[in-house]
Design a protein around this ligand. Structure first.
Ligand SMILES: C[S@@+](CC[C@H](N)C(=O)[O-])C[C@H]1O[C@@H](n2cnc3c(N)ncnc32)[C@H](O)[C@@H]1O
Length: 229
């Protein structure tokens, strides 16, 4: 049996590990802190990605196409933190379309994106399941390099179905919180908790879809990354 005090992971050790990674690789933690404070003051929920997951998003966006992503679609903008991180992996004339259902969140995000000096992020007010099929018509089948899912967990299977026509071969599907949160962790016994059931269904859909090859990075609440074959 592994002794957790020496070799295993305790909660404290995980926290310190994340801090270590953030300090080493996230070079703009001050901006993250300032934006986090501004979003708290504006009454937004504290559910955005942090600097560590943000760094992964920037990296994945830049890897999604040689020279950087041309088009990224996000579902769930909140205050714009993840969209700004993704924008760091765009090619110079690339763009991001990000969908947000809440008027207040979309307003805050537009201001925060302006503060970050980003003109390539287009915040669309609406529901992911409604707007994704319209984006397929507007932007074209196979036009998207990276699809980032981060809105309602029970709708993830629907976002995948509606978003797949957008994806070009070689592009990436990325989804946050795929291991759960709070009491709803996936590896614990699955009961009827709707978010957990839906996320488990989503993970299994990705794992068994012959069009996708992916896995889950078990950082924070789990980041799923899948390449479109
Ligand atoms: C977890 S937060 C997104 C965090 C953001 N991606 C970040 O890391 O900075 C989820 C967001 O999805 C929005 N949302 C809820 N239902 C939605 C829907 N049906 N379509 C699009 N966005 C939705 C919420 O208002 C909230 O702002």
């Amino acid at each position: 049996m592994v002794d957790s005090s020496s070799e295993g992971m305790t909660q404290q050790r995980w926290e310190r590990t994340h801090q270590y990674i953030d300090q080493l690789f996230s070079d703009d933690t001050d901006r993250w802190d300032r934006e986090h404070e501004a979003s708290m003051e504006a009454g937004l929920p504290a559910i955005s990605v942090g600097a560590g997951v943000g760094r992964w998003l920037s990296l994945l966006a830049s890897l999604s196409r040689s020279g950087g992503a041309k088009l990224i679609v996000e579902v769930g903008t909140l205050g714009g933190a993840s969209a700004i991180a993704l924008a760091q992996g765009l090619e110079a004339d690339g763009r991001i379309v990000t969908i947000e259902a809440s008027d207040d969140h979309a307003d805050f995000a537009r201001k925060s994106i302006e503060r970050a000096g980003e003109s390539r992020i287009d915040v669309r007010l609406g529901e992911g399941l409604e707007l994704l099929p319209r984006l397929v018509e507007e932007l074209g089948v196979g036009s998207c390099d990276l699809l980032f899912l981060d809105a309602i967990k029970t709708e993830y299977p629907g976002y995948l179905e509606a978003g797949m026509p957008l994806m070009r071969s070689g592009g990436l599907v990325v989804a946050d919180n795929v291991l759960g949160a709070g009491e709803g962790w996936i590896p614990d016994a699955i009961d009827g908790e709707p978010s957990r059931v839906a996320i488990d269904r989503f993970n299994r859909l990705v794992a068994t879809d012959p069009r996708l090859q992916g896995t889950i990075l078990p950082m924070r609440q789990g980041l799923l990354v899948a390449r479109v074959l």
